[in-house]
Design a protein around this ligand. Structure first.
Ligand SMILES: Cc1cc2nc3c(=O)[nH]c(=O)nc-3n(C[C@H](O)[C@H](O)[C@H](O)COP(=O)(O)OP(=O)(O)OC[C@H]3O[C@@H](n4cnc5c(N)ncnc54)[C@H](O)[C@@H]3O)c2cc1C
Length: 400
């Protein structure tokens, strides 16, 4: 690497968050600087969570406490690249003092990558945070899986023909994938032979079903979802949630055994509280180079950012695929900043998108070609498997 040589006394590049964005920034920066600059990767967990697979709630319920299929342990992966790992929860960042406060002490940085992902947004809906489950985090998915298992175990004792009912709020890809998975899981394998299959209601709210996805994909998804028995309710937002009841704005009250919130995301508090330009949900409105405006050498990558693509004028979606693409450019720009050479703007080109629809079914659009059914499901699984294997090998793969 040209430019100033780092010494071990120099403050390191600190990367906050070891998800899709943070792990890739750390690995790419290490590769480009050939391990000559200290890198500290901070996360609250010592594992990289395969978050794109957390809709697999039937499998998670079967796996019980063994979540090894949804995580990659970080230490072995990072050791290969000489990246240090610091386990801790980020509480706040002081961008002027170049210091990060953790739940146990502080870390100083020379350069910084903000990659803390996002958290569920409840939009002030009373009871939503308290009385719904979510699959945005592994711990949430595990809790939902355990609750589903219990509900299914108890279903044998329900009066008459009654089945358990699961209400899923949010008709984007997470809600849709989860609804299909809950509806098509063989719960008798999980909860005993007397378990009754659940009724699944997907409440899309005021937004259309799978808003923003290609129309042909949406049409296939709607058909496959309907075939799996999922009922969809369109047009009305949720106004309140109580234990066992979800209230809609038209006055409808949906009784249920379990409610799941897949209705939206926002930046975590440590990001929202930064004195920088913010977009929707407190995301950081980054410069075209992915730097945080006013703070050279600080990048924000992945779900914490709001980025309008200068070519298409569209907002880059909050996906792992986009996070990985951004991370490569951000790592290059951190190196460029050290070397004092011009930074490169980020532009986004989506490789494709595939929505899982339960039991070997999916619908997708790859290079503008629509695919559906089992070929789409096979593609999704192959891509996910290749991603986790590549991470284990210490590589920085792509994803759709
Ligand atoms: C069920 C589901 C299915 C999805 N399917 C797809 C898909 O098919 N394709 C796709 O491209 N995208 C998909 N996504 C979206 C994708 O998962 C996200 O866009 C992606 O995870 C964003 O990466 P990130 O690195 O920004 O955030 P994350 O992957 O969430 O990483 C954030 C990291 O920061 C850590 N962290 C957060 N707060 C703190 C703190 N205060 N202190 C310390 N550490 C902290 C977390 O532990 C985590 O490791 C899906 C999401 C879900 C929930």
């Amino acid at each position: 690497m040209s430019g100033p040589e780092a010494t071990s006394a120099d403050p390191p590049l600190v990367v906050l968050g070891a998800g899709y964005a943070g792990l890739t920034v750390a690995q790419q920066f290490s590769r480009r600087t050939r391990g000559r600059v200290r890198i500290v990767l901070v996360d609250r967990h010592p594992v990289h969570v395969l978050r794109t697979e957390l809709y697999e709630i039937g499998r998670i319920a079967r796996a019980g406490s063994d979540v090894s299929a949804w995580v990659v342990p970080l230490l072995a992966v990072l050791e290969r690249r000489g990246i240090e790992f610091l386990q801790g929860t980020v509480e706040s960042v002081d961008l002027r003092a170049r210091r990060v406060r953790l739940d146990h002490g502080e870390v100083e940085y020379g350069m910084l990558a903000l990659c803390l992902g996002n958290v569920a947004a409840y939009f002030g809906v009373p009871g939503a945070a308290e009385h719904t489950h979510q699959v945005y985090r592994l711990s949430g998915a595990q809790r939902l899986a355990a609750a589903l298992r219990e509900t299914e175990r108890a279903s044998a004792g329900l009066p008459g023909e009654r089945r358990p009912r699961v209400v899923i709020v949010g008709g984007g890809s997470t809600g849709t994938e989860l609804a299909a998975e809950v509806a098509t899981t063989d719960w008798r394998r999980v909860a005993g032979s007397a378990a009754r299959p659940p009724d699944v209601l997907l409440v899309t709210g005021a937004l259309p079903f799978l808003a923003g996805f290609p129309p042909r994909l949406v049409a296939h998804a709607r058909r496959i979802l309907g075939r799996s028995g999922v009922m969809t309710i369109h047009g009305f937002n949720v106004t309140r949630v109580e234990p066992g009841r979800v209230f809609l704005e038209d006055g409808t009250v949906l009784s249920c055994d379990l409610a799941v919130w897949c209705a939206g995301l926002e930046a975590p508090e440590a990001i929202r509280s930064l004195p920088v330009p913010h977009g929707k949900g407190g995301r950081i409105a980054v410069d075209p180079t992915l730097e945080v405006p006013g703070f050279p050498g600080v990048v924000a990558v992945g779900d914490v950012t709001e980025f309008k693509d200068p070519v298409s004028g569209m907002l880059v979606p909050g996906t792992a695929q986009a996070a990985l693409a951004e991370a490569r450019v951000a790592a290059g720009n951190l190196v460029a900043r050290r070397q004092g050479v011009p930074l490169v703007p980020f532009t986004y080109r989506e490789r494709g998108v595939v929505v899982a629809l339960g039991l070997g079914q999916a619908a997708g659009s790859v290079s503008r070609v629509t695919i559906w059914g089992s070929p789409a499901a096979l593609l999704k699984h192959a891509v996910e498997r290749e991603y986790s294997r590549a991470v284990e090998r210490g590589e920085t793969p792509s994803l759709i």
